[in-house]
Design a protein around this ligand. Structure first.
Ligand code: LER
Ligand code: MN
Length: 289
């Protein structure tokens, strides 16, 4: 497995200068840096190639994460055309920086606005249709789309591995895969290991985080069981930890971090926590227990 970390662990906004994080991820021993897709359409070719050069020079694989803004919802007929146009620019940017894996609620928007009435059945059909169109655009750029299963408070279309498998099978495109995140699974799945087995060979990308979104190893997620299930299904792809501990900014607001999870944490401690967690995760997932 390749192990990574999401840049937003250190940031308060969804767009950032990724180059220092590429260097930091490499220094801390990660194989992958996951960046935010939101920033890519605004970057020019020179800026995009700088990111690629930094990744190559540091031996870092770049994956992309995106929680689509309501205007980028391919499952909504009013926003679909504009959303597709926007994703075209994002996939172009991904290709330029050498990132071929993206994950998130790409089939909808995030976080969901629950002040509006929800029609899951109708939206499911539109989301399947939207993803079939998006998959063709992604294919032109060599991009694999991973459908993240989210907890009920952040999304309503795909909440479990079972629903994610059903969705991916209905879309039926070879670049559309299942994506699971231990933070969301902890809320929704009856049996986390069984959920991983349900995803099986359709699992394309995996997010890790504790029940309160701290780095893996600082909480009570059953990591040993998860590692065993991942090895059982022969998962050998990308695992990206997605911890959030800082309050403030759009990141703090979207992720709902309303208190300092580790009071008084310094930038040095953030880095040490990430490196310790990486060692823990490699041991739990790649070890022979
Ligand atoms: C949000 O809760 C999350 O897990 C992100 O990966 C969404 O894009
Ligand atoms: Mn996630």
């Amino acid at each position: 497995m390749k192990h990574g970390i999401y840049y937003a662990y250190w940031e308060k906004e969804w767009a950032a200068d990724y180059i220092p994080y590429i260097e930091k991820a490499a220094k801390l021993g990660f194989d992958i840096l996951e960046i935010g897709g939101a920033a890519l359409p605004a970057l020019n070719d020179a800026q995009l190639s700088e990111i690629k050069s930094a990744a190559d020079a540091n031996g870092i694989i770049i994956t992309t994460g995106y929680g689509p803004a309501p205007a980028h919802d391919v499952g909504c007929l009013e926003t679909r055309e504009g959303a597709l146009e926007w994703y075209r620019k994002m996939f172009y940017g991904m290709e330029k920086i050498g990132s071929n894996v993206i994950g998130g609620a790409l089939y909808s928007h995030w976080p969901v606005d629950y002040s509006q009435p929800i029609n899951k059945e109708e939206d499911w059909k539109l989301a399947v249709e939207g993803m079939q169109i998006l998959s063709k655009i992604a294919r032109n750029h060599g991009v694999q789309l991973n459908m993240e299963s989210l907890n009920r408070f952040e999304g309503y279309l795909i909440n479990t591995a079972e629903e994610c498998v059903k969705f991916v099978k209905e879309v039926n495109c070879d670049n559309v895969w299942v994506m699971l995140d231990t933070f969301h699974m902890n809320i929704e799945e009856t049996d986390i290991a069984q959920a991983i087995r349900t995803a099986g060979s359709l699992l394309g990308h995996f997010h890790t985080g504790e029940c309160n979104r701290m780095v893996p190893g600082r909480g009570r997620i059953p990591w040993r069981e998860i590692g065993k299930a991942l090895r059982e299904i022969g998962y050998n792809k990308t695992v990206v930890m997605e911890p959030f501990v800082n309050t403030g900014g759009q990141v703090g607001s979207d992720i709902k971090i309303w208190r300092e999870l580790i009071p008084g944490i310094t930038p040095e401690m953030l880095d040490k926590d990430a490196a310790d967690s990486l060692a823990f995760q490699r041991y739990m997932f790649d070890g022979n227990m």
